[in-house]
Design a protein around this ligand. Structure first.
Ligand code: GDP
Ligand code: MG
Length: 676
């Protein structure tokens, strides 16, 4: 005789989702009603047999989530963990999908195997709505069936799905990304929990999340464990840290918001409404209807980007002039002062030409950079950035990337280093490496000083357009590189992924300013350290050997430049000053301008000097070279950390060759056209 296989299945769902109807349809008459242990809440259990498998079905109380606040939720949670069901069938009222999926998300986070039952499909059909069940199943990593429980439709398929799950043991793979500050704390807690604690069936991630939410049941679970105090004090410290970093300082709210943000994006991706249906729209949805529109989405995004550029330059320009005037005055005044004190000529030169000339020529761009980071902070905090990613999703897919890769790319306009770190939110390793590799071509703020200087000197009439063209060129190179590298290294399908769409909100002035400042500080620190040291080094090399004329070809730096210059001659700037500027620019791209400033003197003389050294065409070639030729040291370091040495090396070689090649092509083409 063959032993009959058996399994236990729990039905979970919101009240009125149709659980009892499903239960009755599955089990028919074979059911009995009792109470849950210790309480007077009704417990129904029934049976059915399908394909030789004996299945026990338990109808759980209707619940909205798995917090331990209500008795029903506690009963459901207890049974899910300690009743050890082989499978949970999540019954969902599909007419209210987004809200109902909240519980499903929690079940998946808890780590129980789930089959998703979309119930009330008759209502859905009546409303003229279509649901992409395949995409839904892929996004959540679960099997999806559809039913009309009160008409017993789809029940056979549900039974089949239940019994099949017994053979496949679907391990839940879904993991919601809560964003960097929260994820950091979760990982920290998870490590502690795994080391020391008896989790009694809870997954360490679930436990960490619940502890951060202040869930009393999770705290009770820790009671009396050897590490209780240590863990609770870590939780406390994490809470304080997070409250400082999160928008409203409320962790539980922030987590709930992430979940709804995810579900909002998911619902948008899988629900198709046939036209002509009236529906209620809240404000976010109204805005999204325009902003995410198939035809308007990309034009709106480009218009916003263009507006941002205008703001950065029209507002930043006059302030930059003031800063420049200040440094010119400071340089002259301090040189006079130092000489008046009886100090030697070289000391005055060090301070005026070296330090103030070099750092000043970089700090002139602080107003532009502050504005750039301000714009990025507003786009992020308002929730628009996520929409931009959504809008670009299709385009990104054409590149073999997921829409989510778009956010690190936009952040790259600020600085490639944090942008490369932001790729950690991508779940596919290949997508992540590809996004990292194309990031350096996104023109970061450090390259802005170069453009502003050269475009101002050669293309005063069309300055904005010229700078915009460089940004666009960077994007084109990034796209081309993505297509090429995808072919060469990562031939694979792109996993369907869901984009989180957080609700729109008016960004608070405080948080925008904090974000802006956090990023600009990096620029200032760089100006004070790496750039300062480099310009002093450049000054010293320009003043040695002793007795040489400052910044002349006979100086040490002139010698180094002469060595490199022939390589650059085909690109139209084969003279030693340009060569050393690019050479030291590897340390940080602002240094290109800082070096020129140290060699040629402050802004006013600098502009005149480069006007006589470059032609408009070679100036443009030089800007293109500066854009592409190599990631700065900090970026190379970030690539190495996030992707490894091999990719970092590839990135350096590839960009060096490509930058040189493009500069040469531009200059030669310019020559040719002028001849014609
Ligand atoms: P429970 O609270 O989750 O146990 O939900 P019930 O099974 O009691 O169902 C709530 C109501 O929805 C009842 O009136 C059911 O007849 C009705 N219902 C259940 N499933 C469906 C369905 O697929 N379509 C429609 N139109 N009604 C349903
Ligand atoms: Mg019921």
């Amino acid at each position: 005789m063959v032993m009959q296989k058996g399994m236990t299945v729990a039905l979970a769902g919101n009240p009125n989702s149709g659980k009892t109807s499903i239960f009755n349809a599955l089990t028919g008459a074979r059911q009995h009603v009792g109470n849950w242990p210790g309480v007077t809440v009704e417990r129904k259990e029934g049976h059915f047999t399908y394909a030789g498998v004996h299945v026990t079905v338990v109808d759980l109380p209707g619940i909205y989530g798995l917090t331990s606040y209500s008795l029903d939720e506690r009963i459901a949670r207890d049974f899910l963990l300690h009743g050890k069901p082989d499978l949970v069938v999540a019954v969902v009222d599909t007419t209210n999908l987004e809200r109902n999926l909240y519980l499903v998300l929690q079940l998946l986070e808890l780590g129980v195997p789930v089959v998703l039952d979309l119930n009330m499909m008759d209502e859905i059909a009546r409303k003229g709505i279509e649901i992409d069940t395949v995409a839904l199943g892929q996004a959540l990593g679960v099997r999806v069936v559809t039913t009309v429980a009160n008409q017993e439709e789809g029940i056979e398929a549900l039974k089949e799905a239940i019994v099949e799950s017994e053979q496949h043991h679907p391990a839940p793979t879904f993991k919601l990304d809560y964003g960097p500050p929260v994820e950091e704390e979760i990982t920290r807690l998870q490590n502690m929990l795994e080391r020391s604690t008896n989790l009694d069936g809870y997954s360490s991630r679930w436990m960490a999340i619940k502890l951060l939410e202040g869930d009393p049941e999770a705290q009770r679970q820790l009671k009396g464990q050897p590490q209780e105090e240590e863990i609770m004090s870590t939780v406390m410290a994490a809470t304080v840290r997070l409250e400082g970093r999160l928008e409203d300082g409320d962790i539980e709210m922030a987590l709930v918001e992430r979940r709804y943000g995810f579900l909002n994006g998911l619902a948008k991706a899988i629900i198709r409404r046939k036209t002509g249906m009236e529906r209620r729209l809240d404000i976010s949805e109204r805005i999204d209807r325009i902003v995410l529109n198939k035809y308007l989405g990309i034009p709106i995004f480009l218009t916003l980007l263009w507006g941002a550029f205008q703001l950065i330059f029209t507002l930043g320009g006059p302030v930059a002039d003031l800063v420049d005037a200040f440094f010119t005055w400071l340089g002259e005044a301090s040189a006079k002062g130092i000489l008046a004190l009886g100090a030697p000529e070289w000391a005055a030169s060090l301070v005026a030409d070296g330090i103030i000339g070099g750092i000043g020529s970089v700090l002139v761009f602080l107003p532009n950079i502050l504005l750039l980071f301000l714009v990025i902070a507003i786009l992020e905090d308002s929730g628009y950035m996520a929409r931009a990613a959504f809008v670009m999703d299709r385009l990104m897919h054409a590149l073999g990337l997921h829409g989510k890769s778009f956010i690190p790319l936009i952040l790259g306009f600020g600085c490639n280093v944090p942008a490369i770190m932001a790729t950690r939110t991508l779940s596919s390793e290949k997508d992540r490496i590809l996004t990292i590799l194309i990031n350096p071509f996104i023109s970061c703020s450090a390259r802005l000083p170069i453009y502003v200087l050269f475009a101002g000197a050669f293309f005063a009439q069309a300055q904005g357009l010229i700078i915009f063209s460089l940004y666009v060129l960077g994007i084109i190179v990034a796209i081309g590189t993505a297509l090429l590298f995808r072919r060469l290294f990562f031939a694979h399908e792109i996993a369907p992924l869901v984009m989180e769409l957080p609700p729109y909100r008016l960004p608070s002035v405080r948080s925008v300013l904090i974000h802006m400042w956090e990023r600009s500080r990096l620029f200032l620190t760089k100006a004070g350290t790496i750039i300062a040291i480099t310009v002093i080094l450049v000054w010293a090399l320009a003043s040695l050997p002793p007795g040489v004329e400052y910044a002349s070809e006979a100086s040490l730096i002139g010698g180094l430049g002469r060595l490199l210059a022939p390589l650059l001659a085909p690109a139209g700037f084969g003279f030693w000053q340009a060569a050393v500027a690019l050479f030291f620019g590897i340390l940080a791209k602002e240094v290109v301008v800082g070096t020129l400033g140290t060699l040629y003197g402050g802004e006013a003389t600098l502009t005149v000097a480069i006007q006589s050294a470059f032609t408009p065409v070679s100036a443009y070639a030089f800007m293109v070279m500066s854009l592409i030729y190599i990631p700065c040291i900090a970026t190379i370091g970030a690539i190495r950390r996030e992707a490894g040495w091999r990719w970092a090396l590839l990135s350096v070689t590839y960009s060096l060759l490509l930058g040189w090649l493009l500069a040469v092509i531009i200059f030669q083409l310019g020559q040719l056209l002028r001849l014609a």
